[in-house]
Write a protein that binds this ligand. Structure first.
Ligand code: KIV
Length: 272
């Protein structure tokens, strides 16, 4: 559990994560999409749980994050929130829920907060969505920003490759990061950018910067299914696997199938 948490302040808040950065304490963040997993992640001491729109890939098998809807995010979000007592829960605003207008964005952010009980929302993008972010924060909803590889823009990028390698894009990202901080974001995710650029952003901002494939930062985030090794064919350079759940699950299910087929399961002790 993070050291700054006293016995009377058990829930991680936006204030806590700002203090963690100020004190040089690293922030841990993982995604979750369901009640059971979120309970395990929370009890293991994570600081922030992200109900990512990566649920579109991980839970629904889509090839991008674009198809996931606000209703689907709300379902995943409230399932996670029910399981969590310590971590801050941040819910992604899905594609199409905040890009049309600031008014639309604040309406959808309010709906997501009310229907999930999450503590904050995350939006992808920089300058173009600053008016939406300002409106959402003015409504009392904390916002986490997200720059670099922003998967909702995959059709503009054309690939999931590293972003901001070129000077012009790196400078634009720096300007966006500062604009997000000035608009009131409490934290920022940087995805798949060069480590040197992440360092520049971290030292230019007072809000925490949480990286994924972006090198050392104020904190790190991974997609839970990836770091648990559930996704057999997915091994990007930035991913560290902490388990081989694909292997463990395949073996367990294979043994179950074999026990059912042989009549070994259920045995006498497993009957009423
Ligand atoms: O949706 C997600 O899981 C994310 C993380 C990759 C940061 O946005």
């Amino acid at each position: 559990m993070a050291q700054y948490l006293s016995e009377t302040a058990k829930k991680v808040t936006t204030l806590c994560v700002r203090q963690m950065k100020a004190q040089g304490e690293k922030i841990s963040m993982l995604t979750s999409y369901d009640y059971t997993t979120a309970g395990i992640v929370d009890a293991a001491g994570i600081d922030i749980i992200l109900v990512g729109d990566s649920a579109s890939n991980v839970m629904a098998g889509n090839s991008t994050t674009l198809p996931i809807t606000l209703d689907e995010m709300a379902l995943y979000g409230r399932s996670v929130v029910r399981a969590v007592s310590h971590a801050m829960v941040v819910c992604d605003m899905p594609f199409g829920s905040y890009q049309v207008s600031a008014e639309d964005a604040v309406r959808n952010a309010i709906r997501l907060m009310q229907q999930t009980g999450a503590d904050a929302v995350k939006l992808e993008g920089g300058e173009a969505i600053i008016p939406a972010i300002r409106r959402i924060i003015a409504a009392g909803i904390p916002v986490m920003g997200h720059l670099g590889l922003t998967p909702q823009s995959i059709n503009v990028f054309g690939s999931y490759g590293v972003r901001a390698r070129e000077e012009a894009e790196a400078e634009r990202l720096m300007a966006d990061a500062k604009a997000l901080e000035a608009a009131g974001c409490f934290a920022l995710v940087l995805e798949k950018i060069p480590a040197a650029l992440t360092q520049r952003v971290c030292s230019s901002l007072s809000i925490p910067v949480i990286g994924i494939g972006a090198g050392p930062a104020d904190g790190q985030v991974l997609v839970i299914d990836d770091m648990l090794g559930k996704n057999k064919g997915f091994h990007p350079k930035f991913l560290r696997c902490y388990a081989d759940l694909h292997g463990i699950m395949t073996d367990a299910i294979g043994r179950y199938v074999s026990d059912v087929r042989s009549g070994d399961f259920p045995n006498e002790g497993e009957c009423y």
